[in-house]
Write a protein that binds this ligand. Structure first.
Ligand code: HEC
Ligand code: HEC
Length: 350
C-alpha cells in the first residue's frame, strides 16, 4: 500500500517535470515554408533557423513577462489576424497606457527586408530591433537585466535556452536571436495574387483592371490610365525597401528617416511598407491617420501634399491621378487580392 502511494507520488513528480515545449536532442534545422515563386530566402548564416530557436522565440513573443508589469507581450501590439499589426490603435499604447507616436507594423517576409526596421529604419538587424520595444518607455518599459533575471527563474526557459543555444545561459543577445528566428519564420506568400501568379486561380475583371492600374506609369499624354504604385510597391514583397515621402504632409510632425540620418533631405521619409495583407493591417501610414483603403487610394488620387522631399514619382501625380470611381474600386479590389488567409491563420505562428 505504502509502496503504491510512493509510486503515484513519483509518477506525479515526473509528470510535472515534463516540459512539452522543450525540444530535446540535437539542433533541428527549421523547415521554412518559403514560396517557390519568391527569390531564395536570404537566410542569416550567423543565426540559422532551428526548430528549437523558433519555438523559443515564439514563446518569448507571446509572453508578457518581457514587460515591466507583465501585462504586455510583443503580440499585444502585433496580432496575427491583423497581419501581426494592431487594428485597434492608430498609435500604439504601452504598458502604462502611454500613447506612442507611431502605428504598429505588420510582421511577415522580414527576410526580404534588407534595409532596416521600423518606420524610420533605425534598426539595421532584426535581432537588435527585437530588444528595443522591451526597453521603450512608451511600450514595454522594462530593462534587459530584469528580463534576463525573470526568465532565469523559470525552468522551462532555462531548458529552452539550453536546447536552442547549447547551454542554459540566458542573455539579452540570445533573447534577440530567438525573437529574430521566430519573426523570420513568419512568411506570407499564398494570397490570391500568389495563386494567380502560380496559375492556380484567376483575377476577376475588376481585380485585373486594378492590377494594370497599379503597374502602369502615370502619363496622361499616352492616353493610358496609370496609378503608378509599382515604382515603390512593385517588388514580390510589394515594397522597394526604401525610405520615401509619399506626400502625406508639407510640414512634418514626425521627421521620419531624418531622425536616423540627421539629413534634412530625409525629412518626412518613411519606410515603404509592403502591401501584402493590407486589407487587414489598417489603420494606415506611420501614424495610422487613414482608416480605409478607399481613403488611401483617394490620397494618391487627389491628396498629395507638396514638400521639398516629396518623391519625384509623386510630382507626376500632383495634379491628381484622375481616377474614376470604378477605377478606384478596381485598385482597392486588386489590393484585397494580397490578403493571405494561410498566413493569417497559420497555427504554427501561435
Ligand atoms: C506597445 C506596442 C508594441 C509592442 C509591445 C511591440 N511593438 Fe513592435 N512595433 C510597434 C510600433 C508602433 C512599431 C513601429 C515603431 C516605429 O517605427 O518607431 C513596431 C515595429 C516593429 C517591427 C518593425 C517591422 C518593420 O517592418 O520594420 C518589428 C520587427 C517589431 N515591431 C517587433 C516587435 C517585437 C519582437 C516586440 C516584443 C519584444 C514588439 N514588437 C513589441 C508596436 C509595438
Ligand atoms: C513614392 C513611392 C510611393 C508610391 C509611388 C506609392 N506609395 Fe504607397 N506608400 C509609400 C510610403 C513611403 C508609404 C508609408 C508612408 C508613411 O507612412 O509615412 C506608403 C504607404 C502606403 C499604404 C499604407 C500601408 C500601411 O501599412 O500603412 C498603402 C495602402 C499604399 N501606400 C498604397 C499605395 C498605392 C495603391 C499606390 C498607387 C496609387 C501607392 N501606394 C504609391 C510610398 C509610395
Amino acid at each position: 500500500m505504502k509502496r503504491g502511494v510512493l509510486c503515484i507520488f513519483i509518477l506525479i513528480a515526473l509528470a510535472s517535470c515534463r516540459d512539452d515545449e522543450v525540444i530535446r536532442g540535437p539542433l533541428q534545422p527549421f523547415s521554412l515554408e518559403w514560396p517557390a515563386h519568391f527569390p531564395p530566402p536570404p537566410l542569416r548564416a550567423d543565426n540559422p533557423l532551428t526548430e528549437q530557436g523558433v519555438v523559443l522565440g515564439k514563446k518569448l513573443f507571446f509572453d508578457p513577462i518581457l514587460s515591466s508589469d507583465r501585462t504586455q507581450s510583443c503580440a499585444s501590439c502585433h496580432h496575427q489576424p491583423d497581419g501581426f499589426t494592431d487594428r485597434k490603435n492608430a498609435l500604439s499604447r504601452g504598458v502604462l497606457g502611454q500613447l506612442g507616436t507611431r502605428n504598429s507594423m505588420p510582421l511577415f517576409n522580414l527576410l526580404l527586408h534588407n534595409n532596416g526596421f521600423f518606420w524610420d529604419g533605425r534598426s539595421v538587424k532584426l535581432r537588435e530591433q527585437a530588444l528595443l520595444p522591451i526597453q521603450d518607455h512608451l511600450e514595454m518599459n522594462e530593462n534587459l537585466p530584469n528580463v534576463v533575471s525573470k526568465l532565469n527563474d523559470i525552468r522551462t526557459y532555462r531548458l529552452m535556452f539550453d536546447a536552442a543555444f547549447g547551454n542554459k545561459e540566458i542573455t539579452s543577445e540570445r533573447i534577440g536571436l530567438a525573437l529574430e528566428q521566430y519573426m523570420y519564420s513568419l512568411v506570407s506568400g499564398d494570397s490570391k495574387f500568389d495563386r494567380v501568379q502560380r496559375g492556380l486561380d484567376t483575377f476577376s475583371i475588376s481585380e485585373k483592371k486594378g492590377q494594370i492600374l497599379f503597374n502602369t506609369e502615370f502619363n496622361p499624354s499616352s492616353g493610358i490610365k496609370g496609378a503608378d504604385c509599382f515604382h515603390c510597391h512593385g517588388d514580390i514583397n510589394f515594397t522597394n525597401n526604401e525610405y520615401l515621402n509619399n506626400g502625406l504632409d508639407s510640414v512634418f510632425a514626425d521627421k521620419g528617416r531624418a531622425l536616423v540620418t540627421g539629413r534634412v533631405n530625409d525629412e518626412g521619409k518613411f519606410k515603404v511598407p509592403s502591401l501584402r495583407n493590407v486589407e487587414v493591417t489598417g489603420p494606415y501610414m506611420h501614424d495610422g491617420r487613414m482608416k480605409t483603403l478607399e481613403e488611401v487610394v483617394e490620397h494618391y488620387n487627389s491628396g498629395i501634399r507638396f514638400s521639398s522631399t516629396l518623391d519625384p514619382n509623386m510630382h507626376t501625380i500632383r495634379q491628381g491621378l484622375q481616377l474614376t470611381a470604378s477605377e478606384k474600386r478596381d485598385l482597392v479590389n486588386f489590393l484585397k487580392t494580397l490578403t493571405d488567409q494561410t498566413y493569417l491563420n497559420n497555427p504554427k505562428y501561435r
